[in-house]
Design a protein around this ligand. Sequence first.
Ligand code: JFZ
Length: 451
Amino acid sequence: MKKISAVILVLLAGVTSSCMTATAQERGAVYKPSAENIAARHWFQDAKFGIFIHWGVYSLMAGAGEKDVAEWVMEEKQIPIDKYERLATFFNPVKFDADKWVQDIKASGAKYITITSKHHDGFAMYDSKVSNYNIAKRTPFKRDILKELKAACDKAGIKLFFYYSQLDWHHPEYYPRGRTGNVYTGRPQSGDWDSYIDYQNAQLRELLTNYGDIGGIWFDGWWDQEKGPMKDRWRLSETYKMIHDLQPQALIINNHHVAPYPGEDVQPFEQDLPGENDAGFNTTFVSNEMPLEMAQTMNGSWGFNLVDDRFKSTKELISALVGAAGRNSNYLMNTGPMPDGQIQAENIKTFHEMGEWLKIYGESIYGTRGGPIGPRPWGVTTNKDKTIYIHILDWKDGEIFIPLTDIKIGDATLLGKDEKILYEMTDDGVIFKIDREALQNWDMIIKVNLL
Ligand code: JFZ
């Protein structure tokens, strides 16, 4: 009797202390980014605009006729693993052309691409050696699309990031399970969590050694265990250290919706501008040390959806890009390519329209940081060296008061027209006269050169 309770006590103590150690390690560790990493962060912030790609065997289901279903179809339609696996045997995107993707994406003005290497369904979109549940081994297509995309990106001077889901609805050892991927998947109610993390790290090692220099890793799925037993058992410090050791310039981004952990390099926001939380799952904590990135869908879906025609207008997407830049953030705009391998025509059209706009107004976005005045109902400001760009997204009147004080203006012009703008200095700021015609633009930009 005594012996048993002692054993239980020891076990309990073991559990408590290992939990505490994990928490302390993950939260308390001190992280000093390397010089290469800091340089990559600057590059990232200058780049401002990326394209997110959600593509996998789920794309074949195309949302199954529902607007709000896409890459989550396995979970949302409760498709067991043995049935879901058949999707791979139909996946044959014969029209996939990496160079064409990259050309259209580059035409949007985006400087980098983030693509799903493995989503929650656990299917690897590359030739993984540690699992045959991948595009090269299980599909008639057989090609490693990450390899092809990386080659096309290198040719075009576009950086490539890999999205990687920590959550896995397929791997048997992802156990104890969290919020999703439960009984319907048909996995045994047992498993060895640490061997799953070893597997995850082995896949990450492949992504960091077989594709040359990459932009970074975009993690997702941590939230699956947020209220689950493995919350602090992701071994983040170990995984992050491995990535930084293998490729110091690779940026680590984790879409966990909480304040950043040590070892992370960019704080992401999903479907909301940094600091806002219309989506309901974003944190309102905004780092003022790390680069920021806002990810957004062009309609309402990440993966391809046949019936989701809620496409945002080019004006709305430009406003989001501008709104992000004014909040010192990047903008990662998503497209979900179709199962035949092509990007939807609607999205390609928008890419080109955004690129046309950026050709004229890009100097107010690329290489800038959030400006001296925070977001306002009328718009935002960005800044580069001695220039302030005032982005007026929503205004109707003939003049606008901007609370810029303690500045000496050299001149103020209307960007794109290079026309002088009249202004009047007051004690509290500057009143700019508005060009009513320019107000019709998607964004009227006043370029203020300071002395
Ligand atoms: C996540 C993914 O689940 C989604 O499929 C997509 O890849 C997106 C970029 O990231 O989105 C989430 C994640 C978690 C919640 C909502 C959306 N959540 O916890 O409510």
